[in-house]
Design a protein around this ligand. Sequence first.
Ligand code: ADP
Length: 598
Amino acid sequence: MINLNKYLSQIRSYFGFYYQYIGFGILKLFLLSSLVGLMDGLGLAMFIPLIEISANPEEAGNLELGKFGWLLQLVKSIGLELNLGIIFAVILAFFLLKGLGKFFQMVLLVKYISSMVRTIKLSNAKGLSELNYVEFTKMDLGQMQNLLTQETTKTVSSFKFFSAILQGLGLLIAYLTLAFVSTPQFAVIILFAGAFLQLLFLGVFKRIKNVSTQIVGSHNSHFTLILQMLVNLKYLIATSAAYGYFEMIRNNTITLEKQNVKIGMMQAFTVSIREPLIIAVVIAAVGIQFTFFETELSQIALSLLFFYRGLNAASGLQAAFANFQGVAGSLQNMQHYQKEIESKRRKGGAVVFEGLKTGIRFKEVSFAYGKKEVLHKINLDIQKNQTVAIVGESGSGKTTLMNILSLLLPPSSGQLLIDGEDAVRLDPATFQRKIGYITQDPVIFQGTIFENVSLWGDPSPENLEKCWEALRAAEIADFVQQQPADLQTLVGSNGMSLSGGQKQRISIAREIYKKPELLLMDEATSSLDSTTEQAIQTSLNKLKGKHTIVIIAHRLSTVRNADKIVFVQNGAIDESGTFQTLIQNNTDFKKMVELQHL
Ligand code: ADP
């Protein structure tokens, strides 16, 4: 009983999932299938008078069609004489209607599927873009990639099978109704035979579904393995660790192969056993009919037709069910993922950020990753258009501080005040739109240099000129000019490879192009040689006083001119002031400066 409840609630959840994409489309598909079955059945029923008239043309007026006599009456009542031609025409009309129903059914299906693909892809991508950053850092990227690509396709194909189930059901009900009208005892046999076949396969279906869930797991692992391999390939090859890694991939693919073969075999079994089973049931039914009931031959022939069609529909239903179970793991995975993404959505206020007026204040801000506190009661003022540098040892909490400043992380306690307004009340996107961020690992997108700098902006003459200006300021204009397609040169994974320093300079150009109010830099010039760094520093110095700039720096030479330097130690601000005052007042800072031979 518990199992039945579980089963029903699962079916409800499947319906619920599809309902959110196509609403009552599910019902439309089902009704169209019933109509198709009905037209097919009635068309077939008309073959009986057709055969009788062919055998005995003068009996045309006295034809009977058992319980379907009304059909012939209907033809007569519209003033048509029953003859070969008319019956042909009626049969054709039924099959045309069936064709029409089938046409609409297929068109609807393709429309539903296409819109489902669009909606799932968009909602998943939107979910990602609204994801809470802390939750994102905990996610398995390989699993996500699998979900967003392969699992999306499989989820959509699950709907194909689901609609095949609905079609099978629609047909089955239509034939059952016809069979019931024609000879009730036949309908009962069909019902029993159908239920019997279904029971016979239940165990197999359950196993198929289990293997399908395992396959999703193996695919997730595969994506994770491949993704990590791609990201760390240089290291893996250079240290010969690639072999060990390859071994893991080998094991994963072998498992996947075994699972696929297993599921394929079970599906092959359910498909191939169908026909013999149906034939056995048909023979049994005819035997029962002849032995226990006195029925006319034409009636038996007609019922047999419905019977055969009905069983076919039932077995089609079964095949669809087996296929559906084969991808049900993916559907469940997707349902789970969507719920998870929804629960991990970034929360924010509604206040629109219009622009910085006075400044930003950290007020007693602490932050903990789980139980581990990494920032402790930070108090910090960043005034508008000030340049503030954050320095400190690795692991002291600089990046975390920057993440709080860019609203990627909310303080665990304390407040981040932006122009006196608590940041939790701000709509984060409106604030982040005004941020430029130059990260330690430069961000390069696959596309042209212009696209990378303008972030897919309109290539108008003004924007192109603005782009060149930014490139000049970032000391990379000469390099771009030397490329055959200058601004249109492709970079990124399918384009030209750039050195670390070139990537960094393009990232800097992007932020100069954007002219952000708040420019954040995280070791932004760390991968540059000292000459280039010096040149960029000169450009960045030009921004000083015009933008609010917050820099994380290891190399203290780059922050000498900052208005304020904040020295962070073990998650707390040890001291802050200008370069000179810090040297005078803080021995740790002084030591750090001396170590860097400044
Ligand atoms: P810094 O930028 O000064 O090197 P971070 O702010 O990156 O320091 O890290 C501060 C501390 O927080 C470190 O001890 C680091 O291990 C920890 N930390 C950083 N990111 C995470 C995370 N996603 N989960 C748990 N701990 C983290």
